[in-house]
Structure formats: structure tokens, C-alpha cells
Design a binder for this molecule. Structure first.
Ligand SMILES: [Zn+2]
Ligand SMILES: [Zn+2]
Length: 129
């Protein structure tokens, strides 16, 4: 029986070094060669646990499957182009004032730490005209 903490550790290392967004299936594909006894449900459970503890973020980037990413020390957000699917990273400073405002206005504590905004990038807008 594989210890779930081992799986979590491997997931954190993977997401840390690749610095990318992975679907659960991609995480599993990366882990399998290193942890041959791992199975998809173990990966799902580990991802869920890491998400709940706030160590990784889970986002719907419009690709059909949610993606997981390391939260790290500096939170960030993304603009996702619906034309060319290019992903732009936004600094937290841009979004934080909105979060602060929402928390004050609604007496809410937001747990979203990875905001995805959909739209069309400059290039797609240019070629559409
Ligand atoms: Zn991200
Ligand atoms: Zn685009």
C-alpha cells in the first residue's frame, strides 16, 4: 500500500519543477514512471488533499479538464484566450484590490487563489478585423 504522503510529495515536486498547469491525468502520467504502484484514484485523492490544504490550486481553464498548479509564495491569475488558447499570467497586485473589495462588501472570506478570466487576446482581436 502506497503512503499517500509520498504521492503528495511527488506531486508537489512535479508541479514545483515544471511550473505548469497539469490535469489529473497528466499528473498521473508523470508520476507513473517514478511510482509504479500509483493508481489514478490515489492521485485524485492526493490532489484533492493538497487543494484543500491550499498548497495547490485547481482551475477550470476552459480545456475540458481542471488543471492543478503550485500556489507558491506569490499568488497569480490568468487571462485565457478563447481564440488561440494562449495563457497570460497576471500579477496578484492587479486582482487583490477586487478581492479586498468583495470581502469587505459581502463579509466574505475568499478562498479562490487562482483566478481565470476568459476573453480574446490582442492578436486574435487584430486578425478578426
Ligand atoms: Zn496559474
Ligand atoms: Zn488569442
Amino acid at each position: 500500500m502506497m503512503k499517500s504522503s509520498t504521492v503528495q510529495q511527488f506531486i508537489l515536486e512535479l508541479l514545483c519543477e515544471e511550473h505548469a498547469h497539469f490535469t489529473a491525468q497528466e499528473v498521473y502520467a508523470h508520476l507513473k514512471p517514478r511510482l509504479p504502484s500509483v493508481n489514478p484514484s490515489t492521485v485524485h485523492r492526493a490532489l484533492e488533499r493538497l487543494t484543500n490544504s491550499g498548497e495547490i490550486s485547481v482551475s477550470d481553464m476552459g480545456t475540458g479538464a481542471v488543471v492543478y498548479e503550485m500556489v507558491g509564495s506569490s499568488p497569480h491569475h490568468h487571462l485565457v484566450c478563447q481564440g488561440c488558447h494562449r495563457v497570460i499570467t497576471m500579477e496578484n497586485e492587479i486582482v487583490q484590490p477586487l478581492f479586498d473589495h468583495v470581502e469587505k462588501r459581502f463579509g466574505y472570506q475568499l478562498t479562490t487563489n487562482h483566478l481565470i478570466l476568459f476573453g480574446y487576446c490582442q492578436e486574435c482581436l487584430r486578425t478578426q478585423k
